[in-house]
Write a protein that binds this ligand. Sequence first.
Ligand code: AMP
Ligand code: MG
Length: 339
Amino acid sequence: MKTVLLKNTDEDISRAGQILRSGGLVAIPTETVYGLAANALNGCAVAKIFEAKGRPQDNPLIVHISELSQWERLVSGIPPQAMALAEAYWPGPLTIILPKSGIIPDEVSAGLDTVAVRFPSMRTTRKIIDAAGVPLAAPSANLSGSPSPTCARHTMDDMCGRIDAVLDGGECNFGVESTVITLAAEVPRLLRPGAVTPEELREVLGEIEIDEAVMGRLKDGVKAASPGMKYKHYSPKAEVTIIKSNLDKFCDFVENMKNEEDTFALCFDGEEKKIRLKCVSYGCEGDSLTQSHRLFTALRELDERGAKTVYARCPSADGVGMAVYNRLLRAAGFSVIEL
Ligand code: AMP
Ligand code: MG
């Protein structure tokens, strides 16, 4: 299949809309990461997303809308708490899970009785949804397991030949996927951290629970509330280990390592001179927003430069940092050394 690269023009947005309406797949920019979109109300179109990504069948998709009013017919009801959340943080990088309505195909919800919905803030994304005239199911546009793409080139690297088109809307603003919260549980539960922080959620909802899978690995036999969280994810080809320490101890730790060609440090900006390994940096220490913007690009750069072993400086897990830590922990397959 030839994959067309579309531009961010009215003409190309309308072409993307046509492809989507007729059951095709288009990778689209959003403020979080690039999404691989299909008509969410067409089970056959949605099934192609799983095939193109190599995504496990039990991992449900997020449905994207371009106006608040489109939410109602996707879910069985909108409780006041959910509406309050939407009013506070939509349009934006927040996904809300509620019991689904009858029009959601099983392919979208992967057999669950709930549906995840997001109203994105990026104007181009909303124009594409409007052009399609239907809500769009869109997981991240990476091959399953690799880091999510945050620009059109990374999307093409993974999806060329597998989908109808990629629409180039420039670099994504946040660079990590949306915050996912379920309101289908007794107490609201954070399933995936993102740019909307736990503190911001608590301001609207009061108490929330943070799912065990957010900060650690699920124990064997525990059922994942968010199926996506149980997989090794966001991962470069290299073996990544997070080193929990200050910079001096990190430097001492890697000092004794043989400086092999393919051993790298994933560090903070400005630390390169002190570290005796080849370095790729992902933002200043303590600047979680920049780290989230650059993390996935840094992981892809490590692959491009042939890294086999990577030691990563540990990000703060506060606020937006929880999303950065959560993604890096999965990229590292939960391998952490505390010094
Ligand atoms: P992606 O769009 O690739 O970032 O994946 C969407 C994430 O949302 C995955 O981690 C899914 O497991 C999660 N998700 C989507 N729908 C649901 C749902 N109905 N219940 C729980 N988690 C969901
Ligand atoms: Mg994904």
